[in-house]
Design a protein around this ligand. Structure first.
Ligand code: COA
Length: 347
């Protein structure tokens, strides 16, 4: 059975840099608060109308394809991870297929938020191992800036997230590539980090303190005027609860990957953690006793780009020469759902 490997990696971030100080024009916050709690200095925001989640993904994908030495028409499957799709449906995968003039190949959108890229790589790995596909394009892309509450009310969420895209091409290899992938979920706290509207829940799960669905005309139930008036069209997050769970699950799923392959933390050449919060990454590093040169972080420049954060970080680490052939590379993510996972590979 062939193994799969990452044959090319690319990234794209919008030109528009938004500093912490820029945010203080709309939100009661400060550069000091944001840096101290999250490590973020700035993030990118996509152009309001000229850039979408898909157009950013296309730019990242073009670089990944070129580095893998293949043309768009040679891709035989697309896996697109995002929580900020261009449309509620259809998914971004088909828009990417159209924009890149690919053949009539399968396009799969997955919704695993911050773990989206790790889930996507795991799916691609299975398709390659079974011999079903040879060139799989895996992308993570987010345009968060379009759906954040830029008032003080939403500040615990809005200051964290940024826009961008990352992509990889996965191919079969005779040498060792991906050694194993590990996926998990626990829906017990699904609403702790969530954007519940638009949705069909009709308050079945979400007990909101205002009448919304009952008052809404039938056709408006997906997203009523009352919901918008009550700011229920934004993501919400119980930050401390997410933090507490993340610092347990990150080390756990990294150790699971190492143990499965009889490896130790000292064998890791590069850990690319999902860029959720620098404090979380530092906690994980300390817990696993990893040196600074074994972990890559770039959240200071881009904030949390959800499904795009790992491929963007992977791309920057590789471009900086911090990942070399034969290196043991570990990807790990945790996020909304909760979902979490890891990928361990020989580069
Ligand atoms: N600027 C200034 N003050 C802010 C603020 C902001 N952007 N956001 C929240 N605050 C305030 C709160 O209102 C609160 O004020 P109060 O004490 O007067 O009520 C205070 O800061 C502390 O809020 P709290 O939410 O307890 O802060 P925290 O220390 O937990 O930090 C996060 C908040 C979001 C940075 C932190 O919880 C976190 O990073 N959690 C993990 C989030 C994450 O990783 N999410 C993505 C997962 S993939």
């Amino acid at each position: 059975m062939p193994q799969s490997k990452i044959a090319g990696v690319g990234m794209y971030v919008p030109e528009n840099i938004v500093t912490n100080n820029d945010l203080t024009a709309y939100i009661e916050t400060s550069d000091e608060w944001i840096q101290e709690r999250t490590g973020i200095k700035e993030r990118r925001y996509a152009h309001r109308t000229n850039e979408t989640t898909t157009t950013m993904a296309v730019k990242a994908a073009q670089i990944a394809l070129q580095r893998a030495g293949i043309k768009a028409q040679e891709v035989d499957f697309i896996i697109f991870a995002t929580l900020s799709p261009d449309y509620y449906f259809p998914g971004c995968g088909v828009l990417l297929q159209r924009e890149m003039k690919m053949k009539e190949i399968g396009a799969l959108d997955i919704r695993n938020q911050c773990s989206g890229f790790v889930y996507a790589v795991s799916i691609a790995d299975q398709f390659i191992k079974t011999g079903m596909y040879k060139n799989i394009l895996v992308v993570g892309s987010e345009k968060h800036s379009f759906g954040l509450d830029f008032s003080t009310r939403g500040r615990n969420v809005s200051v964290i997230f940024g826009d961008g895209a990352g992509a990889v091409v996965m191919q079969p290899t005779e040498a060792k590539g991906i050694l194993s992938t590990h996926l998990h979920s626990d829906g017990e706290s699904a609403e702790i980090l969530a954007m519940c509207n638009p949705g069909t829940h009709a308050n079945h799960w979400v007990k909101v303190p205002v009448a919304t669905f009952d008052d809404a005309p039938r056709g408006e139930m997906f997203m009523s005027h009352a919901m918008v008036e009550n700011a229920q069209n934004y993501p919400n997050m119980d930050g401390p609860s997410v933090f507490k769970k993340a610092i347990i699950k990150f080390p756990e799923v990294i150790m699971e990957a190492l143990e499965k392959n009889n490896l130790k933390t000292s064998d890791i050449n590069m850990l690319i953690p999902h860029q959720a919060n620098l404090r979380i990454a530092q906690f994980v590093q300390q817990k696993l006793q990893l040196r600074d040169d074994q972990v890559f972080n770039n959240i200071d420049k881009y904030g949390n780009t959800t499904a795009a954060s790992i491929p963007i970080a992977l791309c920057e680490a590789w471009e900086a020469g911090k990942i070399k052939e034969g290196d043991l590379v570990c990807l790990a993510a945790f996020g909304s759902g909760f979902t979490w996972g890891s990928v361990i590979m020989r580069w």
